[in-house]
Design a protein around this ligand. Structure first.
Ligand code: SF4
Ligand code: MG
Length: 328
């Protein structure tokens, strides 16, 4: 994705005129085939919009998405259908995204019918196989979604997403609606199937704990911008952006149950209709300096493929500000 932008016209005008919300503001990154790529940030940061831009479910205002060497906005007809077949979504609330009057078998087989794949008998066999893959039974095909638990319904959602043999599966908050105890199970199923089918997985989450053990790389978004991107293990071990640090400090440390307390995110995110000047995080950043209010930090390359958008991204600078703050 290069210079990707998406502006929405809101239906809630400010000052009498429709306002433009920059849901995604010039983000640049690439997804590597076969990886699990996580996009994290608070709700409203633009991560779902970004996922829809990647799969061309919505049109970008500016910038481009290149898939297999092709600009996706130029795809039409059969090529666009191929893209849809190769990129499948798993949505947050499995119940609302499944039609309650269709049997589980019809729901899982629907993408096969839409894409005219196989005979009815072949589709039934495929549905049975998919049900087994996600830990359900072939006879579950004749039942209805409401007869299943939340975790089982999300397994049905996964089976449906895999029906067309996609290359890329995008999970938009795939486990956010589930009990914490079930979340890891469902994420693990996704990860196992990713290996088995050689998928590329894009997982969108507001909760870092969910993706901590499965993501190869992670992009952290704040108000429509990527503020940090890198190898997940390294980002988690040593966050370079103050916002990432704050997000991580909100997760209990498993070994001790204690929370890191040096940083926390205060208040609600600012209104995306009129984002703060300079660094968009400056209104909530504990390291804020004068330059942050006026100059927008660019996403800069650091060591080991890490990219960070903060004027003080190298740890020594932030350490210096932290020491100054404590001295005050
Ligand atoms: Fe904080 Fe300034 Fe860095 Fe923005 S640029 S994250 S306000 S220190
Ligand atoms: Mg969302």
């Amino acid at each position: 994705a290069r210079g990707l932008m998406r502006h929405f016209i809101t239906n809630k005008p400010l000052f009498g005129a429709p306002s433009i919300v920059q849901a995604v503001n010039g983000v640049d990154f690439e997804i590597i085939e076969g990886e699990t790529f996580a996009i994290v940030g608070e709700s409203g940061c633009g991560k779902s919009t970004l996922a829809r831009l990647l799969s061309h479910l919505i049109e970008a205002s500016e910038g481009s998405v290149i898939y297999d060497g092709r600009e996706i906005s130029g795809l039409t007809g059969a090529e666009l259908r191929d893209l849809r077949r190769e990129m499948q979504f798993i949505f947050q609330d499995p119940f609302s995204s499944l039609n309650p009057r269709m049997t589980v078998g019809a729901l899982i087989g629907e993408p096969l019918r839409i894409h005219k794949i196989g005979t009815p008998a072949e589709r039934r066999a495929k549905v049975a196989e998919l049900l087994r893959k996600v830990g359900l039974r072939p006879e579950h095909a004749d039942r209805y979604p409401h007869e299943f638990s939340g975790g089982q319904r999300q397994r049905i959602g996964i089976a449906r997403a895999l029906a067309t043999g996609p290359r890329i599966v995008i999970g938009d908050e795939p486990v956010s609606a589930l009990d914490v105890s079930i979340q890891a199970q469902v994420v693990n199923i996704l990860e196992d199937l990713k290996d088995e089918f050689g998928l590329t997985l894009i997982i969108i989450a507001h909760d870092l704990a969910v993706i901590r053990h499965v993501a190869d790389r992670v992009a952290v978004m704040y108000l429509g911008e990527i503020v940090e991107l890198g190898e997940a293990a390294e980002v988690f071990a040593a966050p370079a952006h103050p916002y990432t640090e704050a997000l991580l400090s909100a997760i209990p440390i498993p070994a001790t149950g204690a929370r890191k307390v040096q940083t926390k995110i205060e208040g609600d995110p600012p209104n995306p209709i009129s984002p703060p000047s300079g660094c968009r995080f400056h209104t909530r950043c504990t390291y804020v300096q004068d330059i942050c209010r006026t100059e927008r930090p660019q996403l800069r390359d650091m060591d080991q493929g890490r990219r960070v958008a903060c004027h003080f991204a190298d740890n020594m600078s932030l350490e210096g500000i932290r020491t100054d703050n404590q001295a005050r």
